[in-house]
Design a protein around this ligand. Structure first.
Ligand SMILES: Nc1ncnc2c1ncn2[C@@H]1O[C@H](COP(=O)(O)OP(=O)(O)OP(=O)(O)O)[C@@H](O)[C@H]1O
Length: 239
């Protein structure tokens, strides 16, 4: 078994009366592409944000790269990469400026030219982020998540709203980094992406983990399930 790089143990997080995460535990291993799926409001983003160190859980333990997420937050942030859901934060600056700004945040830096070439950003460097299409915005934010050559890359719905070609191209970029042995953790609403690209996945329903396994094993475990969409409808949806 490869090394465990993330361990969540009984995580709970409420926003006022809303229990967004309700006792979630799972492990992620080095080199995995790990998907998190669930209906709108199930608690995927909150779970991701807790793993990224952006939110404190009310209770439970989170270990990332064998460090405590609260005590060793600074060291962890140097070794992970984060791509949030589409944000207007960087709309007013150019792609090149965003890359340079992010680069200044980190001690360890990956070669910028190599990232730009791999992701194909060269023609867009002098464009304002706000003027890019959705696909190029997402590629820019993937580039930003890679700037410190992270061991773990977190992607919150990286392909939402993209057309099929842009989704395919973004996955080609993500798979490049998977081949280097990076651990990739993402949330998505696209079940065919999970089936095709994820080694394992967690299904969250109303803040609870209802299943965590390989897509093929989840499909095989259900009578009459042929696709991940059948698995999603069985586990994640409330009728
Ligand atoms: N900052 C916040 N303040 C109050 N409630 C919040 C906040 N963030 C999330 N919630 C609520 O917590 C619950 C879980 O939200 P979360 O964004 O984690 O779900 P999600 O599975 O990522 O949803 P989606 O697929 O729509 O992005 C939802 O009921 C949401 O309305």
């Amino acid at each position: 078994m490869s090394e465990c790089v993330i361990e969540l143990n009984q995580i709970v997080k409420s926003y006022g009366a809303v229990k967004a995460v309700d006792g979630i535990s799972f492990k992620v291993y080095r080199g995995e592409v790990f998907g998190i799926i669930g209906a709108n409001g199930a608690g995927k983003s909150t779970t991701l944000e807790i793993m990224m160190g952006l939110r404190q859980p009310d209770s439970g333990d989170v270990r990332v790269l064998d460090m405590d997420i609260t005590d060793e937050a600074d060291e962890i942030k140097q070794r992970i990469g984060i791509q949030l859901q589409q944000t207007s934060l960087y709309d007013r600056i150019k792609v090149k400026e965003a890359l340079e700004l992010f680069r200044s945040y980190y001690d360890k830096k990956r070669d910028l030219k190599e990232i730009i070439d791999t992701i194909g950003l060269e023609p867009y460097l002098n464009k304002y982020v706000k003027n890019l299409s959705g696909g190029w915005k997402q590629r820019t934010s993937l580039a930003l998540a890679l700037i410190n050559d992270p061991e773990i890359i977190f992607l919150d719905e990286p392909t939402t709203g993209l057309d099929p070609q842009a989704r395919r191209e973004l996955w080609a970029c993500i798979n490049n980094y998977r081949m280097e042995g990076k651990t990739i953790i993402l949330s998505t609403h696209y079940m065919e992406e999970v089936q095709r690209h994820c080694d394992r996945m967690a299904i969250i329903k109303k803040g609870k983990l209802v299943s965590c396994d390989r897509p093929s094993r989840l499909i095989d475990s259900l009578d009459h399930a042929g696709t991940m969409e059948d698995v999603y409808l069985h586990y994640a949806v409330e009728y």
